[in-house]
Ligand binder design. Structure first.
Ligand SMILES: [Zn+2]
Length: 182
């Protein structure tokens, strides 16, 4: 018996699986109305449904033909309870399914943590790049400053040389004039 794969019972009953977290005994979905003499609280013919929860998985029952919040509380088992071996297996399968969904949730959390860590690393790296750029900029400014100072010093030195040479020339010409005057 494999209720999940569309178990078809007498009268064309079929199973629609439901969310694990909503495992209630009436989680089986509505199928078709029956020729049952019973009536639900809406005075409607009950629908044949299949339970999809723990040890009751695959057991047919009569329930309200409506679904969702409109559904009334009519509930009558059609099938007897499964034997102990099948019941235990079903419970183990459900536990395994819950375990797997828990594991998936933990993996999801782990993935989020890793994404966060990556983001932090990336931010740190960007900050380091910014700091590095600032250091480089400072260095460039310092080099530029030094170059300007050096060129100014060089200019001053050149001016001093020119001034010295021109005064030397002046002195020489004055000397030559004085010497020639005698
Ligand atoms: Zn009803």
């Amino acid at each position: 018996m494999a209720p999940r794969n569309g178990y078809t019972g007498e009268g064309g009953s079929s199973v629609i699986s439901t969310d694990l977290s909503h495992g209630s005994v009436e989680s089986g979905e509505s199928l078709q109305s029956t020729s049952s003499p019973h009536r639900c609280h809406h005075v409607m013919r009950p629908a044949r449904k299949v339970a999809f929860v723990y040890a009751a998985t695959g057991r047919r029952f009569l329930g309200c033909p409506l679904s969702g919040p409109d559904r009334c509380s009519l509930f009558m088992w059609i099938d007897e309870a499964w034997g102990p071996v099948l019941s235990r297996s079903l419970i183990q399968l459900w536990d395994q399914a819950f375990l797997d969904s828990g594991r998936a949730a933990r993996l999801q959390t782990k993935k989020k943590e890793m994404e966060q860590a990556y983001l932090e690393l990336w931010t740190e790296r960007s900050n380091m790049e910014i700091e590095n750029q600032q250091v480089v900029n400072k260095l460039k400014t310092t080099i530029l400053d030094t170059e300007i100072k050096m060129s100014r010093r060089l200019e001053f030195h050149t001016k001093m040389c020119v001034a010295f040479i021109s005064s030397a020339v002046t002195l020489a010409s004055v000397l030559a004039y004085v010497l020639s005057a005698h």
